[in-house]
Design a protein around this ligand. Structure first.
Ligand SMILES: [Zn+2]
Ligand SMILES: [Zn+2]
Ligand SMILES: [Zn+2]
Length: 294
């Protein structure tokens, strides 16, 4: 586990390109052991002493005080996904041209083509296939009967989409991905996913760096004890803890966002009930539900 100051230093070096992305990742993951939490470290304990208040910021109790975070860092993979999506959109919006030969290669390598049958006479789409008749096919449009339908080749379809992205022929979902997903895509969709992949390849360094900086910011904030309160064990165990804010009346105690004030700012009668409930170790939520129902 890296210390607070080590993380700040690492972030600075990454932002200034004094250290490679790979090395930063290695340093973070290598030091992160499953089960080994920040609050087990000496660094954490030493800094905690400096920020912990002498009494609970919710109920004023002085018994068994802990530091409680009101927000928690996201996982790195979540940042990476968000940033990847953002870059893909920028790439697509910029209308970067995908070369025809490049697109063709991609289609042939990654998709099976399941062509739409056409009438050889009038090029009508999807003639009726008859089970017991010969010739097998009947074109509903020109009534032509035949055994061998014709097909557009992949090259013809690619030529068409480069002429007109909206053309009818390129809207058929006749491309099946060769991966295990076997996704059925039309040619436009195939192009979209290629563009997404290209953006990811092109911007991989930038995406990684941006995601990692966000991740580090989040973790530095977490270790800094920003957005924390001191809470006694009883208050800390209540389920509203991630939704606390400073009481607008006294600006001293914390309260759940759904309540108008903190316990201390309640009228005398209700306050006594609330504090007693906490003393008896009753659920914070249950208590407020009762008070709210008055
Ligand atoms: Zn408390
Ligand atoms: Zn026909
Ligand atoms: Zn208050």
């Amino acid at each position: 586990m890296l210390t607070y100051n080590e993380l700040i230093d690492l972030r600075k070096k990454l932002a200034n390109e004094e250290i490679t992305l790979e090395l930063v990742k290695e340093l973070i993951w290598k030091n992160y052991k499953k089960g080994k939490r920040a609050w087990h470290t000496k660094d954490w304990k030493e800094r905690k002493i400096k920020v912990i208040k002498e009494k609970c910021e919710i109920c004023d109790s002085r018994k068994i005080l802990t530091i409680q975070h009101l927000s928690h860092p996201k996982r790195y993979s979540e940042y990476e996904r968000d940033v990847t999506r953002k870059y893909a959109q920028i790439f697509i919006d910029s209308n970067t041209i995908v070369e025809k030969y490049e697109f063709r290669e991609h289609v042939i390598e990654n998709y099976h083509y399941e062509p739409v049958p056409l009438c050889p006479d009038c090029k009508g789409r999807r003639p009726n296939k008859r089970m017991r008749k010969n010739p097998q096919y009947l074109c509903a449009k020109c009534r032509h009967e035949f055994n061998e339908p014709i097909y557009k080749s992949v090259d013809e379809l690619i030529a068409i989409i480069y002429e007109n992205e909206e053309a009818l022929e390129v809207r058929d979902k006749c491309f099946v991905s060769k991966d295990k997903w076997r996704n059925q895509h039309n040619l436009s969709k195939v192009k979209y996913w290629l563009q997404r992949q290209m953006s990811k390849n092109k911007d991989i360094e930038m995406i990684g760096k941006e995601a990692l900086l966000l991740y580090l910011d989040d973790n530095i904030k977490y270790l800094s004890f920003e957005d924390t309160i001191t809470a006694c064990k009883k208050c800390a165990s209540n389920s509203d803890l991630n939704n606390m804010e400073l009481c607008p009346k006294c600006k001293e105690h914390y309260k759940g966002v759904q309540y108008p004030t903190c316990i201390q700012c309640l009228p005398e009668e209700k306050r006594k009930v609330a504090l007693e409930k906490i003393e008896f170790g009753k659920e914070w939520r249950a208590m407020h539900e009762r008070l709210g129902a008055d």
